[in-house]
Unconditional design. Structure first.
Length: 391
């Protein structure tokens, strides 16, 4: 198959979407498919990343909120590029303007949307959740639900990676929702990478000894990650027992995160670890993952922590709770400070050996990214066959 991913938020210096796209390019080539990423940039160019994989950049306007990205602004140009490429399947990665542009492309080619974003959770529910129930917020954003239902009429599948989002979209009237969780990269993360020596070094970064508890959090520094809330909770827990937190990340909320840390010597903000092997050793050597975001469509760091045998302390909505198995950590009510404090206290006072044993067992059953792509490409082949039979 010739598959085109119209990727509205792809950047060579991007985050989770880039990681997903890079893995998909390799998976498609290994499966014998031709994979083309169509992405907006400052100028048109083609970057070859394999024998049957390439990134085709087309001109777009710079995204005002993040200079790393550009936006599709030329609908005719997008359609012309697709006409020249002549794909068998077209995939869309954004539910916004570019999705409507692709919906208007006059071609009998199956279209699939992969929901890499959950705008209601990232913005509306986070902004208005403290003052209104979710049903009222959904009613106030009825225009967005109508937009999604219109897109649902033009796309054969709406692929989502977590159960909660799938349920919300189906309840909102979308008929083509397909649950296909992503997964962890094979051969990178493992509980066997745990190192007491590395753990002691990590604790020393927090000015703590080996008797302390070491939490780790990782990802983009953004408001929806609720990192100041995590910092506050760890600070409060530290009044009763030695607790450290290592935050690995960068992003536009860095100043806010640094203010929240203040002078706490037991919480450190460090740059992201881009060496995947080293990052896997850090995850395996911590005592638990602390996670605050309920707006992620999958939650890659949660599945990587699970694959590392790490107990999880995660919100009860979004992608992360899908990775939490009984006994292998604790869920807390999303956006609820008191609930987060209680979850941390339960972990600190609970049977640490039992929780790590359960987490190690959970690592053995983790889903791998190859499973996601096998399912995805299998669905694409079926859609293509149905389209050809109909023609």
């Amino acid at each position: 198959m010739r598959i085109v991913d119209v990727c509205a938020f792809y950047s060579p210096s991007g985050g989770g979407v880039k990681t997903y796209v890079d893995r998909k390019l390799r998976a498609a080539e290994a499966a014998g498919h031709e994979m083309i990423i169509l992405a907006p940039a400052g100028e048109e160019r083609i970057e070859r990343v394999g024998e049957r994989a390439r990134i085709h950049y087309v001109p777009g306007r710079r995204f005002p909120l993040d200079p790393r990205y550009h936006m599709f602004t030329d609908e005719d140009g997008m359609h012309c590029a697709l006409d020249r490429i002549r794909p068998d399947i077209v995939e869309m990665s954004s539910p916004w303007q570019s999705a409507s542009m692709l919906a208007r492309w006059r071609a009998s080619v199956p279209r699939v949307m992969v929901m890499h974003a959950d705008p209601l959770s990232a913005y509306a529910y986070r902004w208005f959740g403290p003052i209104a129930p979710r049903e009222v917020i959904d009613a106030g954003f009825g225009w967005y639900w109508r937009h999604l239902r219109r897109l649902d009429n033009h796309y054969e599948q709406i692929v989502v990676a977590n159960r909660g989002l799938a349920e919300r979209l189906r309840a909102g009237g979308l008929r083509h929702v397909v649950l296909n969780p992503m997964g962890v990269a094979s051969g990178v993360f493992s509980p066997d990478l745990r190192s007491d020596e590395l753990r002691a070094q990590m604790l020393r970064l927090c000015n703590l000894g080996e008797e302390a508890t070491l939490f780790v959090a990782a990802g983009r520094l953004a408001p929806e990650k609720r990192l100041p809330m995590l910092i506050e909770a760890v600070t409060r827990a530290g009044y009763r027992r030695p607790v450290g937190l290592l935050l690995l990340g960068e992003g536009r909320a860095q100043a806010e995160v640094e203010r929240a840390i203040g002078g706490n010597p037991h919480i450190r903000l460090l740059p992201p670890i881009r060496d995947r092997a080293l990052f896997a050793r850090w995850l395996a050597s911590a005592d638990a993952l602390l996670h605050g975001c309920e707006a992620e469509t999958f939650g890659m760091v949660a599945v990587e922590a699970r694959a590392s045998g790490l107990p999880l302390i995660v919100p009860d909505s979004g992608g992360a709770p899908d990775q939490l198995l009984p006994g292998a950590g604790h869920a807390w009510r999303a956006a609820d400070r008191a609930s987060l404090h209680r979850a941390i206290a339960r972990f600190l006072t609970g049977d640490r050996i039992a929780q790590r044993t359960a987490a190690r067992a959970a690592a053995a059953t983790v889903r791998h990214m190859e499973d996601h792509f096998d399912t995805l490409f299998g669905d694409y082949a079926r859609l293509l066959g149905e389209a050809r039979n109909a023609a």
